[in-house]
Structures are given as structure tokens and as C-alpha cells.
Design a protein around this ligand. Structure first.
Ligand SMILES: Cc1cc2nc3c(=O)[nH]c(=O)nc-3n(C[C@H](O)[C@H](O)[C@H](O)COP(=O)(O)OP(=O)(O)OC[C@H]3O[C@@H](n4cnc5c(N)ncnc54)[C@H](O)[C@@H]3O)c2cc1C
Length: 431
């Protein structure tokens, strides 16, 4: 199915894959044994594997699809190092010290990622471009003002408020009521980052085997036997890095992850001058709605990439494309004549407390639940998980909290999501 607003070369696959084709399957056989088996080849799995392989552990990474097929090559490339709950919420639950530790560690994760990419020399268009957080109502702008004025002591960061009358230098749209610039936030090309990371992991001797779906896990005295679509493998240590794609082989984790669809489109190339007018400073954008939209220009500056939660379960992004384009046109009506060249979607892993978690359950290591901020947090938590597996003190992490919640009657199919999204959409309208 293709719409009249689609370009001739329209594709229902991530824009990023045009420049960085997704890795082709490794033809090697699955080894009979390995020290560390990582299930899932996104940022979490690869960062964990980088640590274990570097330490000399025989490390094997498997993925049910092409390597990197999950969210890690299909995201928006916006990097924040922020977590969803604020200081007040976290303080009620974890006390002020706990709240401080969580927020500080997420911020550190952003610095850590910038250092990692630079030191490893991963060529992925990493830029400290800053974020524009756009207010969708005057009340929300006032909330941003209050946020700037009441930053928790010790966690202050540089922030710049922009009144609606001054925001033309940031965005060519009348939709928003001003906004907040967060200069620390960054952007990258997610597929290039993934490809560069995978190269580093392979250089350290780890094997990445794609089209190898783990179907069953059996624990024995000496580790785990994993039965897969390409045979069985015995591993002394097992890591689950499946995030929004966590399935029935790990029911404990599945009951704690809420998979939520996130949908994106790319416009066709525009004249650079026209594209530059939209968002002259090449920042990343998101807005204050609970059912958020996010957008940016491509690294070459010529296209708009626009994302949002326009559906909940729909796995065919072409079906949800008209609604997504409509959202884009509400903000940028001047793009009515610009055609859409790509659309895609993926499942983001949310948690009931809106925090990511890592730890060990029934002997299996896991890190997941980044609630849409996984470029930074999946990378960082994957790294910490690898260090924990090696028994290293540097693996200590504020997100290794044992209270990884689920809800009664929840087994991994979020039947409540449609109602929740309608409720949040109503809240967005009322605010
Ligand atoms: C459209 C979209 C936009 C996003 N935008 C942003 C953004 O701008 N900024 C940001 O920070 N985050 C964003 N995210 C989220 C971010 O991409 C993820 O949080 C992050 O990539 C998660 O990495 P991961 O390695 O944990 O999981 P994934 O990269 O999702 O990898 C999980 C892998 O596990 C594999 N798997 C599952 N089950 C099995 C099995 N049984 N056997 C073998 N393999 C299995 C899957 O095939 C998959 O490849 C976005 C996500 C989407 C979908």
C-alpha cells in the first residue's frame, strides 16, 4: 500500500538503513559451548559483550533477526541521558539520596557515551546539538519555567527558556508556546553507531550470529542450555538483552516490560535552504505532551525525521503513516507538498516505574526498560551489566534496584494500553 503523498522510492524501512544497510547474517555455526551467551544484538547486548569479550571470555551474541534489527538501528538518534520520573517523584520513593543517585547517574551516562564514541573513534555523526523541548500549551511553558527555577541542588544544568515570540530562531512553527533549550543533549546516526559498535565487539573476538532465535532456556548445574532455531548451545553465563522484544522464554522479565510501538517517517530530500528554515540550528526536538512527538533533521540537513506514538499495537507502519503525517502537518503545515520517503516502527520497552533496570534473576543477567531513552541508557547499562558479570566493582549502578515491578494479571501483553493512551491524550488536550 502506498499513498499519494509518498515518494516514488518510498520504503517501509528505517531511513538509516539506506546509508548503513543492516548487517547480513553470519554464516558460522552456533558453537556448542560459550562462556557468555547474549540474547539480543542491540546496544545493550553489544555493550555487555564488549566488556566480556575484552576480558577474554568467549562471548557469543545471537539475534532472532538480522543483527541490530531491533530498536538500535531504527530509533530517532536523539540522546538525552534523562529518565522520566522527576526528583520529587523519585524522592518520595527512594529518598533524596536515592533520587539524586538515579538522576546523577543518568546524566553521567550521557558524558560516558560521548567519551566512549570519541575514544573508540566510532564515526556516527555524534553531535552535541542541544534539545528544544517545545511547550504544547502556555500552562506547560509555565511548568518549564518552574522546572528551570527549581532545579534540585547539585543537579543544576545549563538551561535556556525561549518565549513564544522569540522561538522563530529555533523552529518555523506557530504550534508551540515557547520552549526550553537543553544544550547538553546530543544526536547521532543510530545505525552507524550500531555498526561501529558491532565492529568493535567483533574485533575483540565475540561472535555475532543472526537469524538465531532463542526458543527455550534450561538451567543446569554448570550454567544454561539454550535451544535455538539454529541448534543448542551451552553457556556458563546468560544475558538477556531483548528490551521491547522480550518474549516468553524469559517470563519474569516479560511480565515487567511493556512494549509500546513508536512510529517514524522521513520526508523526501528538500532543498537545503527550505529544510534549514524548519529548524535552523539542527537541534533535536520533543514536546511536553505525554503522548509525545519528536523530530529532527537528518545529519545531511535535507530531510525531516518525525516520530510519535500514533498507534499502540500496529506493527505495520504503513497503516499508521497517515496519522503520523497528520501530526507532522499540524506542526509544519508548510510541508503539505513534501512527500514521505520512509516509514518504520519499533517496540520500545517501558516499565511500570518508568525506570530502566538491570540485575540478575534466576541466574540470568538482564538490562532493559529504557522508556524511549535507550541510546544512552541501553549503552551504559549494557556496559555496567558486562562489568557486573565479570564481578567488577565499576559495574555498580543505581539502576540495579531490586524493585523491578510488575502488576497482577500482567503477562507481557499490555491490554490496558489503549485506555492509558486515550487518558494521556485527554490530559494533553486539557493541559
Ligand atoms: C521508532 C523508535 C524511535 C526511538 N527513538 C529513540 C531516540 O531518539 N533516542 C533514544 O534514546 N531511544 C530511542 N528509541 C529507543 C531505543 O532505540 C531503544 O531503547 C534501544 O535501542 C534499546 O536497545 P536494546 O539493545 O536494549 O534493544 P533492541 O535494539 O531492541 O534489541 C533487542 C533485540 O533482541 C532480539 N530478540 C528478541 N527476542 C529474541 C530471541 N528470543 N532470540 C534472539 N533474539 C531476540 C530482537 O530481534 C532485537 O534485535 C527509539 C525506539 C524506536 C522504536
Amino acid at each position: 500500500m502506498k499513498y499519494s503523498f509518498c515518494s516514488e522510492d518510498f520504503k517501509s524501512q528505517p531511513y538509516w538503513w539506506d546509508n548503513t544497510p543492516i548487517a547480513q547474517p553470519e554464516l558460522a555455526d552456533l558453537p556448542a559451548t560459550t562462556d557468555v551467551l547474549v540474547i539480543g544484538s542491540g546496544y545493550t547486548g553489544l555493550h555487555c559483550a564488549l566488556q566480556t569479550a575484552q576480558a577474554g571470555r568467549h562471548t557469543t551474541i545471537i539475534d532472532a533477526e538480522d543483527a541490530g534489527w531491533g530498536c538500535s538501528t531504527r530509533n530517532g538518534g536523539q540522546i538525552s541521558g534523562e529518565i522520566k520520573p522527576d526528583y520529587a517523584d523519585l524522592s518520595r520513593k527512594y529518598g533524596v539520596d536515592g533520587a539524586f543517585a538515579l538522576l546523577q547517574e543518568a546524566r553521567n551516562a550521557l558524558d560516558w557515551l560521548g567519551d566512549f564514541v570519541a575514544k573508540q573513534g566510532i564515526d556516527c555523526e555524534y553531535q552535541q546539538c542541544g534539545r528544544y523541548m517545545a511547550a504544547h500549551s502556555s500552562r506547560q511553558f509555565q511548568k518549564l519555567v518552574s522546572y528551570v527555577q527549581n532545579q534540585p541542588p547539585g543537579l543544576e544544568q545549563e538551561l535556556q527558556l525561549v518565549e513564544a515570540r522569540d522561538q522563530a530562531s529555533e523552529i518555523d512553527s506557530d504550534y508551540y508556546y515557547g520552549g526550553l533549550i537543553i544544550p547538553r543533549h546530543c544526536s547521532l546516526d543510530p545505525a552507524r553507531y550500531h555498526a561501529g559498535l558491532m565492529h568493535k565487539v567483533q574485533e575483540k573476538g565475540a561472535q555475532v550470529i543472526s537469524h538465531c532465535r532463542a526458543d527455550e532456556i534450561k538451567r543446569d548445574g554448570n550454567g544454561f542450555t539454550v535451544y535455538s532455531s539454529r541448534g543448542k548451545i551451552h553457556a556458563r553465563d546468560l544475558v538477556i538483552a531483548t528490551n521491547g522484544y522480550t518474549g516468553t522464554i524469559t517470563p519474569w522479565q516479560r511480565r515487567r516490560i511493556i512494549p509500546i510501538g513508536s512510529y517514524m517517517l522521513a520526508t523526501e530530500e528538500m532543498d537545503l535552504a527550505r529544510a534549514s528554515l524548519l529548524m535552523p540550528r539542527q537541534r533535536v526536538f520533543s514536546d511536553t505532551r505525554k503522548v509525545v512527538v519528536y523530530f529532527r533533521r537528518t545529519p545531511d540537513g535535507r530531510r525531516l525525521l518525525f516520530g510519535g506514538r500514533v498507534s499502540v499495537f500496529e506493527s505495520d507502519p504503513v497503516k499508521s503513516l497517515p496519522a503520523l503525517r497528520q501530526e507532522m502537518l499540524r506542526i509544519f503545515p508548510q510541508l503539505e507538498d513534501v512527500r514521505i520517503s520512509h516509514t518504520w516502527m519499533g517496540f520500545v520497552g517501558y516499565t511500570f516505574d518508568y525506570l530502566p533496570h538491570l540485575g540478575r534473576q534466576d541466574g540470568i543477567y538482564y538490562a532493559m526498560g529504557y522508556c524511549g531513552s535507550g541510546i544512552c541508557l541501553a549503552s551504559y547499562l549494557g556496559n555496567r551489566l558486562g562489568l557486573q558479570l565479570l564481578g567488577k566493582k565499576e559495574g555498580d549502578c543505581a539502576f540495579a534496584d531490586p524493585r523491578f515491578q510488575t502488576r497482577p494479571m500482567y503477562s507481557g501483553k499490555p491490554w490496558f494500553l489503549s485506555t492509558s493512551v486515550r487518558y494521556y491524550q485527554l490530559q494533553d488536550k486539557l493541559s
